[in-house]
Design a protein around this ligand. Structure first.
Ligand code: GLN
Length: 276
């Protein structure tokens, strides 16, 4: 089939399947099948499309995220390999990076990324601030494999530890602890791409979506230097703020580009000697 005919048919099928951006996705799938880029796809209408394109189209029709089909997603201007063991990096999370880079931190800061997944936060920070010593943890060995491969391919020096939140830590202290933890309420309706394909342990955090926040709020004080910073991505801002204030943190909230509360920045209050 000619590329232009294939694209027309693919857009129609993706639309029927409820895919939000059928044209872009059809072009990306054709590009993948052809081993070319989108510019090529748009400028070669007569090019025959290889038979494998049908299988890629079927996967997207079943609402598999484009990033898993392509095997990568761009984050902060770099390509990160992704597979189904890791959450796909989100554009909103780039806000977390900007907030971290804007904090008054030592030139050679010790940084910890909790639940690194694809490694997008840890690797980006290590590349943007080559003097920082960055450590990343995850409770999934598969995720650590993906993250360390991303670090190696992008040339980032990041240490990796296996474990649930702080369980991986032994006697270390950090100037910055950053995390995009799970924060979705169990039972919350999500689009099929997320609900069917992304790793549940990276998404769900109990009936109120605040389990990870509560654990981080309770435990992070032990691992953070007194003048250190904690930066966490937000789902429900109010619940997160409550969890952190209850543990004596002084918090502020930063919005993302869509104007939604997206990043919580916490530091210790003078009165926070009451650490739990
Ligand atoms: N932002 C993701 C979503 O939209 C959730 C990521 C997370 O729980 N950290 O579903």
């Amino acid at each position: 089939m000619r590329l232009d005919d294939w694209l027309r048919e693919a857009v129609r099928r993706l639309e029927l399947a409820g895919v939000p951006e059928p044209s872009t996705d059809a072009q990306m799938l054709a590009a993948l099948a052809l081993g070319r880029d989108r510019v090529y796809v748009l400028s070669h209408p007569e090019q025959p499309v290889p038979a494998e394109a049908e299988e890629l189209l079927r996967r997207r029709e079943a609402r598999e995220p484009l990033a898993y089909i392509l095997g990568w997603r761009e984050f902060y201007g770099r390509r990160f390999a992704v597979e189904r063991s890791v959450l796909i990096p989100r554009q909103e999370t780039e806000r977390l990076i900007d907030v971290c880079l804007g904090l008054p931190l030592p030139a050679e800061a010790d940084v910890l990324d909790l639940g690194t997944g694809s490694g997008c936060i840890a690797v980006t920070l290590a590349l943007e601030r080559p003097l920082w010593r960055v450590l990343a943890t995850d409770l999934s060995m598969e995720a650590l494999g993906v993250a360390s491969a991303n670090a190696a391919r992008l040339g980032a020096k990041v240490g990796f530890r296996y474990g649930d939140l702080f369980e991986a830590m032994r006697g270390a202290a950090f100037d910055l602890i950053v995390s995009n933890p799970p924060y979705v309420r169990e039972g919350e309706p999500l689009q099929p791409e997320i609900a069917r394909y992304e790793p549940p342990q990276a998404l769900y955090a109990g009936p109120d979506g605040d389990e990870a926040y509560r654990r981080i709020a309770a435990e992070a004080g032990e691992w953070l230097r007194p003048d250190g910073w904690l930066v966490v991505e937000l789902g429900d801002a109010q619940r997160a703020v409550e969890a952190f204030e209850r543990h004596g943190w002084s918090v502020r909230v930063e919005n993302d580009l869509a104007g939604l509360p997206r990043v919580l920045v916490a530091s210790r209050l003078a009165r926070s000697s009451r650490r739990s």
